[in-house]
Design a protein around this ligand. Structure first.
Ligand code: NAD
Ligand code: DAU
Length: 358
């Protein structure tokens, strides 16, 4: 397909008002023409503030709705002549999947199935065009947990999900794979490690630590803090997804990661150091005094690490932002965007914040 036509893709972005989805919409918007239609249910994690500024654009549209609503999805595919789905919409927080797994099965499994069925019909109705794509954005957690000396997950590592969240993502990955093998639907799957950066909901480790340091609240470390995650700056994830959309062959799967493994306790110490340096009015200084060990997450995976040699070799992608540089940018973003995260806190926290900062 000619490059000009690729740049004119008509993309449905599910979950585009969430953390990674909104970063992707901004990044794709900067590089492409065509159409960007965001479909998002605006759950607690979806926020139109994340897309602020795009409303005036002629290539951007927003629809509030559920990916499980087949009638709505089919209508949107037809009405907007969609040729590409980039599928982010999901319940994404492991802790919430432990206390309430049902929503994870509904959105992550049933929602993905609904999109696949609607897209398959639409693709068939259009005569199965070659350039159609369904890019499913998934996670490294489907591979389970690594020991300290195990080599990193590759695309051929067997699936071994341990939480209701990762099991639901694994289920959706399998459905996407099956639609390629059974129907020839031009699907792609990416499995990515932990993202961080702007617009990250303050329930996940990095934004929670940033916000709690600014509030002078305890920094909860699960278990002994020795668990390891591989961190990727969100803009790098977005460039990887663009590379997959542009260059990858249908049916392919790519691992994406930051090659930046770090123990949780070391990461939290780094965030404390940055806050000590960059925030003049911390309620508790040094921020490390707030570190508090709490009960471990049930079934807590010990370590994730991604082998990204396939995407490097095939598509020439690699992460460009180091953990030190990305964390600094992120801490500065949370310092400069209190008006973004403050309304997301409980009323009790908001009152407490007003007392400290006025
Ligand atoms: P998020 O929780 O910030 O955003 C999810 C978005 O999906 C929200 O805007 C929400 O309103 C929307 N949504 C939820 N249920 C919906 C439904 N039924 N219909 C329509 N919209 C719905 O999530 P995120 O961290 O941005 O993750 C996005 C995707 O990337 C997820 O599929 C996740 O599994 C995957 N992923 C995340 C990470 C990470 O580190 N955050 C890493 C790898 C993969
Ligand atoms: O690996 C990719 C996954 O990364 C994504 O698929 C998920 O959507 C995303 O939420 C993230 O999952 P994690 O469970 O790894 O992220 P979280 O930020 O919740 O936790 C990161 C690590 O920090 C994990 O080992 C648990 C620990 N933790 C987390 C929180 C919220 C704490 O020690 N204290 C905390 O308060």
């Amino acid at each position: 397909m000619a490059e000009a036509r690729l740049n004119q893709r008509r993309v449905l972005v599910t979950g585009g008002a969430g953390f990674i989805g909104s970063n992707f919409v901004r990044s794709w918007y900067r590089q492409q023409g065509g159409l960007l239609l965001v479909l998002d249910a605006l759950t607690y994690a979806g926020n139109l503030e994340n897309l602020k500024g795009l409303e005036e654009s002629v290539i951007y549209r927003f629809v509030r709705g559920d990916i499980c609503d087949r009638t709505l999805v089919s209508r949107l595919l037809q009405e907007y002549a969609i040729d590409t789905i980039v599928h982010f919409a999901a319940e994404s927080h492991v802790d919430r999947s432990i206390s309430g797994p049902e929503a994870f099965v509904q959105t992550n499994v049933v929602g993905t199935f609904t999109l696949l069925e609607a897209f398959r019909t639409h693709w068939q109705d259009q005569g199965k065009p070659d350039h159609f794509r369904f890019l499913h954005v998934s996670t490294d957690e489907v591979y389970g947990s690594l020991g300290p000396d195990d080599s990193a997950f590759s695309e051929t590592t067997p699936y071994a999900p341990n939480s209701p969240y990762s099991a639901s993502k694994a289920g959706s990955d399998h459905l996407v794979r099956a639609y390629y093998h059974t129907y020839g639907l031009p699907t792609l799957i990416t499995n990515c490690s932990n993202n961080y950066g702007p617009y990250h909901f303050p329930e996940k480790l990095i934004p929670l630590m940033c916000v709690n340091i600014l509030l002078g609240k305890p920094l909860p470390i699960y278990g002994d803090g020795q668990n390891i995650r591989d961190w990727l700056y969100v803009e790098d994830h977005c460039t990887a997804l663009s590379a997959v959309l542009r260059q990858a062959s249908p049916g392919e799967t790519y691992n994406i990661g930051g090659e930046a493994e770090v123990k949780n306790i070391d990461l939290v110490n780094l965030i404390c150091e940055l806050m000590n340096e960059l925030a003049p009015d911390l309620p508790v200084r040094p921020a490390q005094q707030l570190i508090t060990y709490v009960s471990d997450r049930p079934g807590h995976d010990h370590r994730y690490a991604m082998d990204i040699s396939k995407i490097r070799a095939d598509l020439g992608w690699r992460p460009s932002v180091t953990l030190a540089a990305g964390l600094r940018k992120t801490v500065i973003w949370y310092l400069q965007n209190r008006t973004w995260w403050m309304p997301l806190l409980s009323e009790e926290y908001q009152r407490y914040y007003q007392k400290i900062y006025g």
